[in-house]
Design a protein around this ligand. Structure first.
Ligand code: TRP
Length: 445
């Protein structure tokens, strides 16, 4: 008997655990900051509704129709499309290779906050910048933390789908929401905080360009964990009576809510300290710690913040790990234990190289980018949209229509009025827009 999640709540929390991650708290605020705050938010919500949600439903339907890992699922439905499953498993492995590195940084900062490290007390931002750089280029510390993170992920995955993954999500997701709300309220109440909320919510359309559209689509896919078959794998564990549409809508709402709350937590703090909101990826590791250090009870706030990040990252690394583990277990007929260890070893090795490429081994470059940045670029800008494109073409044009409909409306329930618009988005809208984005990324249009 193949494992399943306990029920609807479990399915939503586990799937939301995959979706809510560093993408929401680390990546979304800085991408939004670079593209005009509120205007980007509108664009992002449009991408989520018109592309993210239909694609998530597509992946879910492949998972529930086959009850297999990503490769096995495509292979069962149509042998020729197994390649999309392979692309997904490969991308999950590569994303884990750099995601674990950033996750390791969050774990390091969490420990430093707990022990109340004096470095975190400096109110001088250049000191924070220097200590961040010293840390990520350190010869072994970031490797140690990435390895610890990887072992934590391994432990939970090897406890199993229900006993490990679902139990972890049921503890960690409520904690995540609680901490996020505490920090957001605290941040908005800071002197000058409302200005940050205004920046984040008031649209500045002059900053919107074709590039912002690309960024919004990329961010939507990354944030919802779609395009890699992760959602196929998770849906394959849904119980028979779990509605894939309701789950998809709930997960999408939760994921977007976390992204919006993260923006409302970060921008007020940034404005209150009089710092430029466009600081980029270093926002949470440099800007925020320097802001925390000027507050009363700084160690408490930074501990809560970094626990939040570690929890968000962990439920996401678990989902990528699980999709590779499930593939090795079911397709290569390894025991689950051996499959989980193989995944851990392989991804740890990639994480090792990508972390070293930022420090001791800076000569390790691909097309002028460090291995770390190259992996980020390759996966987020090329492999993810490619996976998303093939998935919607497959479900829209090649998957048996009755089978697809059966996943959405089991037991002969009449399709709801949303069915037709959904089919339209999957068959025409998503493939056309994603293809245009591709051509643009490759410099063809
Ligand atoms: N969605 C996660 C985040 O926002 C990252 C992630 C987990 C992911 N699994 C994925 C991204 C699968 C793409 C595909 O941080």
């Amino acid at each position: 008997m193949r494992a399943t999640f306990g029920g609807k709540v479990g399915a939503v929390l586990v799937t939301a655990g995959s979706a809510v991650g560093l993408g929401n708290i680390w990546r979304f605020p800085y991408v939004a900051g670079e593209h005009g705050g509120g205007a980007f938010l509108l664009l992002y919500v449009a991408c989520i509704l018109l592309m993210g949600l239909p694609l998530m439903i597509s992946e879910f339907s492949i998972g529930t129709a086959t009850r297999k890992n990503a490769v096995g699922a495509f292979r069962q439905l149509n042998k020729r499309w197994a390649g999309v499953g392979y692309l997904g498993v490969l991308s999950s492995t590569l994303i884990l290779g750099f995601y674990l590195v950033v996750a390791g940084w969050t774990a390091e900062y969490m420990i430093h906050s707990f022990v109340n490290d004096p470095i975190l007390h400096s109110t001088d931002i250049t000191m924070h910048q220097a200590s961040f750089e010293r840390f990520i280029t350190h010869p072994w510390k970031p490797l140690l933390y990435a390895a610890l993170f990887s072992l934590g992920t391994h432990l939970i995955v090897s406890l199993g789908v229900k006993e490990g993954i679902e139990r972890a999500a049921k503890v960690m997701m409520p904690l995540l929401f609680l901490f996020l709300i505490i920090l957001t309220v605290h941040s908005i109440l800071l002197p000058g905080g409302m200005e940050g909320v205004r920046f984040f919510l008031r649209p500045d359309f002059s900053k919107i360009s074709i590039n912002s559209v690309l960024a919004a689509v990329g961010q939507a896919f990354f944030s919802l964990s779609i395009g890699l078959g992760t959602m196929i794998t998770y849906a394959s564990y849904f119980k028979k009576n779990t509605s894939i549409q309701h789950t998809a809508v709930e997960v999408t709402v939760l994921d977007t809510l976390v992204a919006v709350l993260s923006g409302m937590m970060i921008f007020p703090a940034v404005f209150s300290a009089g710092i430029e909101p466009t600081a980029g990826p270093s926002l949470i590791f440099i800007t925020l710690p320097s802001i925390f250090s000027s507050m009363p009870l700084s160690a408490v706030w930074s501990s809560i913040f970094f626990v939040l990040l570690v929890v968000a990252a962990l439920t996401s690394t678990i989902s990528m790990h699980e999709s590779v583990t499930a593939y090795l277990h079911e397709e290569w007929r390894m025991s689950r234990k051996a499959a989980a260890w193989s995944t851990t070893m392989l991804t740890m090795l990639i994480a090792l190289f990508s972390s070293l490429s930022l420090g001791a081994w800076q000569w390790m470059k691909i097309c002028g980018l460090s291995l770390f940045d190259a992996l980020d670029y390759l996966t987020a800008n090329l492999m993810l949209p490619a996976g998303g494109l093939f998935t919607c073409i497959f479900t829209g044009w090649f998957m048996d229509k009755a089978l697809f409909r059966e996943q959405l409306y089991p037991n002969g329930v009449q399709p709801s009025p949303f069915y037709r618009p959904l089919r339209f988005l999957i068959r025409y809208f998503c493939p056309v827009i994603v293809t245009m984005i591709f051509l643009d990324t490759l410099g063809i249009i």
